[in-house]
Design a protein around this ligand. Structure first.
Ligand SMILES: [Zn+2]
Length: 281
């Protein structure tokens, strides 16, 4: 791809939200489990502490997140790698029973930027097969591992019937991410709206931002997005946000949002469907 062919954004107007809601908020969770570490190197499987951190997300964090969302009557979007669906079927199957949206998040969380077309095809199809096998119906939303899709990813996704991606950052409201003649409805994310920025810590990556910085940043972003009548996408991981005080912080955020505005908490799919008639031309 030359500089002249660089990807670009195409703006879309915000729709009116249902029932007079002032702002839309999507709580999204990437249920990575151990797939990130194993996807990076199968040798990581012998590292007990690293494996246990990923496992905590599925076996301990996820049920607590589900309970909070049930208490608050919120439906979210859960991006599940196919490997996690295969290994933890009994733990994640209930997400669909709770009427949360299930989205595609690769098979073994491999970075699309590191894969050729054949590798991406295999990762997407394998992940899709696992999700369909466990949950039934086809997912139509995708989040690339590491927020790292390529134009080839979008081409493959459209061939598989996907209607939106949630990995890019070309706007702070829904837009079209365009490359090589492909236009993909993008429900954008941002690193500042990812819990890993505040909660991830490894001996290699250093300091924590912490829950108060997360709360202040996310609530300020919520108010700014709400002033535009927009759509806020928050990205969380059960092995971080599912922990005790981090989950309390999410609960506090939900309550404060509801106190401030008339909020439509919605899975990404329902936002994507509002755009469908306008993106099909
Ligand atoms: Zn992930």
């Amino acid at each position: 791809m030359t500089v002249d062919e660089l990807p670009r954004s195409e703006s879309l107007d915000l729709p009116p939200w249902p029932e007079g809601h002032e702002v839309a908020v999507s709580l999204t969770f990437d249920v990575d489990g151990e797939s990130v570490a194993i996807g990076e190197s199968s040798a990581n499987a012998r590292r007990l502490s690293l494996m246990s951190d990923g496992r905590y997300g599925v076996t301990r964090g996820l049920p607590r997140i589900r309970a909070l969302l049930a208490e608050e009557n919120i439906h979210g979007t859960f991006f599940v790698p196919g490997w996690v669906a295969d290994k933890y079927g009994s733990h994640v199957r209930g997400l669909a029973e709770d009427e949360h949206e299930i989205g595609h998040h690769g098979y073994l969380h491999r970075n699309p930027e590191d894969l050729d077309l054949e590798g991406q095809t295999e990762e997407l199809q394998h992940g899709l097969d696992s999700l369909v096998s466990l949950f039934g119906g086809n997912p139509v939303g995708y989040r690339a591992p590491y927020f790292a899709p390529t134009c080839e990813t979008f081409s493959l996704l459209q061939g598989l019937g996907f209607i939106y991606d949630s990995s890019c950052m070309g706007d702070h409201q829904p837009y079209l991410e365009c490359c090589k003649g492909i236009k993909m409805l993008e429900l954008p994310v941002h690193w500042s709206l990812d819990d890993g920025v505040y909660y991830a810590w490894t001996p290699q990556t250093g300091a924590l931002g912490g829950p108060n910085l997360l709360f202040d940043t996310w609530f300020a972003e919520f108010n700014a997005i709400a002033s535009e009548g927009g759509h806020l996408v928050l990205t969380m991981h059960p092995h971080w946000t599912g922990r005790p005080h981090q989950l309390e912080t999410l609960h506090r955020l939900i309550r404060e949002m509801r106190r401030a505005k008339k909020v439509w908490f919605t899975p990404l799919l329902q936002v994507a469907e509002l755009y469908q008639p306008r993106t099909k031309d």
